[in-house]
Ligand binder design. Structure first.
Ligand code: FES
Length: 113
């Protein structure tokens, strides 16, 4: 079973933990399927940077960074070496422990919540 810990930069710095069998599922979908919000302006086709997240741990359990993803990460707000795009982070196994931080979504152009 996967354990995904999700920190939010926004508002009260909430942290959520979700568990389940997420192999083959992308982090963006895990977040949204559990009622949390992460922007995805391009519809999850790696053509924007609004689903930008920070992977604090568990990077080895995610599909490798592609050149295209890297290009869009460069256009994200405050990218770091831990930056990924949530829609491109496919979870590769079923016993991963992954910790991510979701940036403040109110900074995202097109943010509706
Ligand atoms: S939703 Fe646009 S790159 Fe992920």
């Amino acid at each position: 079973m996967n354990k995904i810990t999700i920190h939010f930069e926004e508002a009260d710095h909430e942290t959520r933990v979700v568990e389940g069998d997420f192999k083959g599922i992308h982090l963006l979908d895990v977040v949204e399927d559990h009622g949390m919000h992460l922007s995805s302006n391009c519809g999850a086709v790696c053509a924007c940077s609004t689903c930008h997240i920070y992977v604090e741990s568990g990077m080895d359990s995610l599909k490798e960074l592609s050149d295209n993803e890297e290009d869009f990460i460069d256009r994200a707000i405050n990218p770091t070496l831990e930056s990924r795009l949530g829609c491109q982070c496919e979870i590769l196994d079923n016993d991963a422990e992954i910790t991510i931080t979701i940036p403040d979504q109110s900074d995202i152009i097109g943010h509706e919540h």
